[in-house]
Ligand binder design. Structure first.
Ligand SMILES: *[C@@H]1O[C@H](CO)[C@@H](O)[C@H](O)[C@H]1NC(C)=O
Ligand SMILES: *[C@@H]1O[C@H](CO)[C@@H](O)[C@H](O)[C@H]1NC(C)=O
Length: 433
């Protein structure tokens, strides 16, 4: 099994970044610069105090909307947080039935990413003003879901999970929870929106617990990630040959907290994402330089996002993605032959049977997405019996744009809400007849 010695971990992080730098095509600076980031811990600009950091309710209430925080305990004991905009103060619709919309963040994110574009553009506010009961999930391990009924977050056992468990336990529990509330009890299901890892967990849940298909009315996959072998990201390309298999590297790296939500990591991210930084190419894959340079993201939204990410994940989530990149399969975690036999009864992990997903799946994808290659999106789409494809016409639209491009209202959010409204109108008239 994997080792959890902290020194080994940091040594490995060193290897990790050295590999990134060596693998990055455009850098020929002196590698000594890599070490300088440690000094940034003393940089007051980068040093954000998180003791009293606001939570998602703050970003919601800031715009006048009501906000709630709910704690949901999963079958395997993780205590996760959901945030909710129960109704719209503009509509005063608290006493009428509101269809449920559930939104799930991507890797490194949290519910904080959703309200950041403000009430004119951000999906939760638009959904609320369209009459929905809006919920935002938080995957186990992120800043809002760091608690367990019996495990300490300082023990590797807490961090022994990947996005398989986030799907199988956290998302399942969240869906059931929203349907158990006073507003949810009379409803058959929810509408789901996920970005990136938020789509992976949907594919996993609906294929491995197919009974959940009954509980999801429409699902919107923004920048869908299932198969990954065509993905072309410089960091993953340089690391997955080492970490995408069960071997000495991946054993050292596994089941630990990666990029926890704390001052040090924010300082670190702040430094590496500065223009001209030796590894700044890493930042462009989320909310960094390419989007900012091209003016595709509003700067206020961007500063909120960079203050809110990364929100804490397990290294196993990264390993699992790198396994996909190497194997070309969309399948469960690879523990190595011996443990696979014990856990799955087969030498290789089982593939996710995505053909069992009967929910109405909407796949929103683009040509310039460095994480979700078009070939990989089409490959999973081919297996889905009930899908609608939405190809972005903007050729520059990238992975992060699905969440925070300043035109996301026009291209993504309004069309999604129209599809949900249409579904509600259809089922409403069906039940009247
Ligand atoms: C974790 O959950 C337990 C049980 O619900 C609770 O008593 C405790 O205060 C929580 N700890 C934190 C740090 O939130
Ligand atoms: C966001 O930025 C775009 C492009 O600069 C601008 O047209 C738009 O008005 C901005 N939106 C907000 C809410 O500031």
């Amino acid at each position: 099994m994997c080792r959890s010695h902290i020194g080994i971990f940091f040594a490995l992080v060193g290897i990790f970044w050295a590999t990134v730098v060596q693998g990055a095509p455009l850098t020929n600076e002196d590698p000594v610069e890599v070490i300088n980031f440690y000094e940034l811990f003393n940089n007051p600009d980068a040093h954000l105090s998180l003791a009293n950091a606001p939570d998602t309710t703050y970003y919601i209430k800031d715009h006048g909307y009501p906000a709630e925080r709910h704690y949901v305990t999963t079958e395997d004991g993780y205590i996760t947080s959901l945030f909710r905009i129960p109704y719209s103060h503009n509509l005063q619709n608290q006493d009428v039935k509101r269809p449920i919309a559930f939104i799930q963040h991507g890797l490194f994110g949290s519910s904080d990413v959703w309200p950041s574009l403000g009430p004119d553009d951000a999906l939760p506010f638009l959904l609320s003003d369209a009459g929905y009961d809006v919920w935002m999930g938080n995957a186990r391990g992120n800043r809002y879901s760091r608690n367990h009924t019996t495990r300490s977050i300082n023990h590797p056992d807490f961090w022994r999970f990947s996005w398989h468990e986030i799907a199988y336990y956290d998302i399942a529990a969240a869906i059931d929870y929203t349907l158990s509330t006073e507003n949810g009890q009379s409803q058959d299901g929810i509408h789901y929106v996920g970005h990136s890892q938020g789509t992976t967990v949907m594919f996993v849940l609906m294929s491995s617990r197919p009974e959940y298909n009954q509980k999801v009315k429409t699902a919107h996959m923004l920048a869908p990630v299932a198969f990954m072998d065509h993905m072309d990201d410089s960091m993953v390309n340089s690391l997955s040959p080492y970490l995408g298999f069960n071997n000495v590297y991946s054993k050292l790296f596994c089941s630990q907290e990666f990029l926890p939500y704390n001052d040090f990591v924010l300082a670190f991210m702040y430094s590496v994402c500065l223009p001209g930084s030796i590894v700044s190419s890493f930042c462009s894959s989320s909310s960094g330089e390419t989007t900012v340079d091209q003016g595709r993201t509003n700067s206020t939204a961007n500063s909120v996002i960079s203050g809110a990410m990364p929100a804490g994940i397990s290294t196993d989530q990264i390993l699992h993605y790198m396994q996909e990149h190497q194997s070309g399969h969309f399948r469960q975690f690879d523990f190595g032959t011996k443990k696979n036999l014990k856990v799955y009864g087969t030498e290789s992990p089982p593939d996710y049977p995505t053909e069992l997903i009967t929910t109405e799946m909407h796949l929103w994808y683009s040509d310039n997405d460095e994480m979700s290659a078009v070939e990989d999106v089409l490959r999973v789409a081919e297996t889905l019996p009930n899908k609608v494809m939405h190809h972005m016409e903007d050729p520059l639209w990238d992975h992060g744009d699905f969440a925070n491009n300043w035109e996301v209202r026009h291209y993504i959010n309004e069309p999604i809400i129209a599809i949900m409204n249409e579904y509600e109108a259809r089922t409403e008239s069906a039940s009247v007849n």
